[in-house]
Design a protein around this ligand. Sequence first.
Ligand SMILES: C[S@@+](CC[C@H](N)C(=O)[O-])C[C@H]1O[C@@H](n2cnc3c(N)ncnc32)[C@H](O)[C@@H]1O
Length: 379
Amino acid sequence: MITPKCRHFGPCGGCSLQHLEYGEQVEHRRSLVVALLEKEVEVVPMENPWNHRSKMEFTFGQEGGRVTLGLHQKGSYQRIVDIEQCEIAHPEVSRLLCAIREAAGRSALSSYNNRRHEGFWRYAVARVSRSTGELLLVLMTNEGPRAPLLAMAEELAAEVPALKSFYWGVTAKLSDVAQPDRLERLWGAETLEDSVGAVRYRFGPSNFLQPNHALVEKAYAAIRTGAGLTGQEAVYDLYCGIGLISLSLAGGAKTVCGVESEPENIDFAERNASLNGISNAEFICGRVEDLIKGRALFRGGPAPDVIVLDPPRVGLHKEVLLPLLEARAPRLIYMSCNPASLARDLKALTPAYRIESLKMFDFFPHTEHTEVLAVLTRS
Ligand SMILES: C[S@@+](CC[C@H](N)C(=O)[O-])C[C@H]1O[C@@H](n2cnc3c(N)ncnc32)[C@H](O)[C@@H]1O
């Protein structure tokens, strides 16, 4: 047991394991993964497990007449821990957080109350480009006036020089999810630029990005090694987001085909391919379970040599498994943020496939979560 670094540890629902020394935490997460997978894993820890997150989602609250802004109190949908400094966020994000709270406090508007469904301020979602240190902010509110947002954009731009892009998101959803129904850029750049390995990319307010930049670089490098490319392979990158795995493999492959359900991510994947001068990558918008039916996805293109899978927490849709096995790709590379669904899917993929390596990338220090990469070869 150690003294947690963060002054908000305890009430804050963001980190649950800061009372353990980092090495002990890693061991705790490793043992959870080993228990689920019933196999040993190689661990790739963080060199510095602080200030590592490139995206933070904060919620507004209200205490009496005061606007608060931070993370949910452990186990509570109602109460918000008013955060001054978040030790897992980029330092500029903490600075921005304080400036937003002050600016919102100066307005005459109150925070949204998710029991009464009234009030204005709802969420502040901040993303950072690790290579430039620039910030993109989406300030989300209930339906209401535009003027306070314009005022806030101006105040924040003056107070936080790292802020380069400001979006206003409006959501009237009753559920507590930071997903805007409408999004409008009020100030600054449309997108920010970053890089991972040799790949440059642009991202906007709605794209999926892995939140741990330092380790994602190592994970993508491990995917490249696992793919064992010689320049002749057809690679399929299923659940490709804005195409970062596709683009980091394209140089070593003959062709790469990324599949992703969100049109906005596909748009950025195509733009990022052009940004890197990559012409052997194509991107298809649709749900993997629909496109892979009867192996249609692979019939429309070259037979797969390597298939990369990086699904959301639920893992592979049950209708993906059979066509995936029937495609008989020599290699599968499965990246997962949920060892429980990975364990279930690996059971279905073996014995047709043999597990060549299992690596745990410690993407989410101070929490119970982690990322696992499995490299499989055909038996
Ligand atoms: C864990 S992310 C992986 C993103 C990407 N591989 C990366 O490294 O940045 C999962 C992605 O799958 C997409 N997705 C979710 N369900 C899907 C489905 N049924 N078919 C295709 N894509 C899906 C999400 O929009 C998200 O971009």
